[in-house]
Design a binder for this molecule. Sequence first.
Ligand SMILES: [Zn+2]
Length: 197
Amino acid sequence: MIHPDTALRYINDEIGYGVFATAFIPKGTITYVKDELELEIPLDQLQEYPIQLQKQIEKYSYIDPFGNYVLSWDLGKYVNHCCFCNTMSTAYGFEIAIRDIEAGEEITDEYGLMNPQEPMMIQCHKVGCRLFVQKEDVHTYADQWDPVLKEVLLLIPRVNQPLMELIDIQTYSELNYFLNDPNQYKSIRNLELQKKC
Ligand SMILES: [Zn+2]
């Protein structure tokens, strides 16, 4: 589930829809939790769906480390990529605001953390845009992104967290483990799709 202070808006014909903050969302706010309503489709079962649905799954899902497409039941699936995103996935199964997000600002993500199977063209129109994302991004940028995430995760107890009650018990205990001892931080390298033996 995505943060409740969000709304879907049409941007333009090129980008389509995007998700916008309807209120100020401070840095350190959990902005997405993989809740119990999210649809999980194992990668190797995609072919069992009609082509039209396969296209929807591939367009709107992210891929978790365990080899599942995860398709959001709510606005979460419309969040666009930006190379200078304001939210980011963590290895704790939730996403977090990595900087303050003003009301009216678009909520953006880093698709490089979502295991794109093929290199994916992206156009965020920012100076320094990487132009495409690929599954290797998590390795390439982990040393750059982990310190950012580690810093904002420590803010979790200090800001309002409307999604906190959706976090499962195991994640909650892992998070508390980290909050009590920041050396126990779980790197985003854990988001990489695990190879099957
Ligand atoms: Zn870009």
